[in-house]
Design a protein around this ligand. Sequence first.
Ligand code: ZN
Length: 335
Amino acid sequence: MYAERSPVPPKVPYVYILAASHSGSTLLALLLNAHPEVISVGEIVSGSRRVVDGYRCSCRQLIAECPFWRAVAEAVRREHPEFDLADFGIRWEPESPAWLRRTLRLEHRGRLAEAARDAALGLSSQWRRHFARTSACCVALARTLLAQGRARVVVDSSKLAHRLKLVRRIHDLDVKVIHLVRDGRAVALTYMDQQTYADASDPALRRGGRGAAPAPAGGEMPMAKAADEWRRCLRSAEHALAGVPAASWIRVTYEDLCARPEAVRERLFDFIGVDAARAATDFRAAEHHVVGNGMRLDTVSQIRLDERWKSVLSAQDLQVFDAVAGPLNRRLGYP
Ligand SMILES: [Zn+2]
């Protein structure tokens, strides 16, 4: 006779927004979150730990005081006492040992490089323990968000290609991917001057709600570096997508999202598997507790295409961009 088994909980439907930084992922997260069956809290994990002190949730309260996040933290901590609002305890890069952190930070460079990385990691019992613990915390957070938001699907706009690869290995998540792309010239401009082109409209709400910082002494990032950064992000994303079944990912552009938000949203709700008719039309009116890009703190609900790059970038900037990343940008459909 078989022993009685406890029922296996179903996998969590988990939608991952894969994108280069400043490609509109926070806007997309807010739009999707306006559906009652979807919960999105934005960038669950970004590159580095956020400084919780003074950091504002999209509801404008300090994240440490927001009732939504307090309830989530309390629920997750019952299973994972280390849960921390600075990184939610689910970053793959551990603080130590240094070699493991470095190995995990390596850029996604294709099948061979990934196989080498996996082989190195596979030999480490520290990594296996860290992966098991982090995965369990990831699933606990996802289930808590579903319960707290009374939703069915989690949307994670963490964007990073390498994070996607590891999230796809978590057994309890059923992962689908939205690849969001934006004209590389527009993205490169946001890297050149983050504060002006890639944060909340109101300077007082920049830097997570702490207010704009004085202009950096070293000046802006040069175009060659900005274009290269964008190109490497896109390349990593394409490598990460190569392993995802065609039915499990979809590509949308930021420009299309701004030009036809309703149509794009409908297509995405279909892809996610929720009824588009149930979504709120005014996305800002829905309840949001989103972390990540500064635009979460803006109040305007009208979606405007940001094409400032067309007037701000010089002919020389455009030339430099073209030399570094022009072919890739054209391949994505940007003339
Ligand atoms: Zn909040």
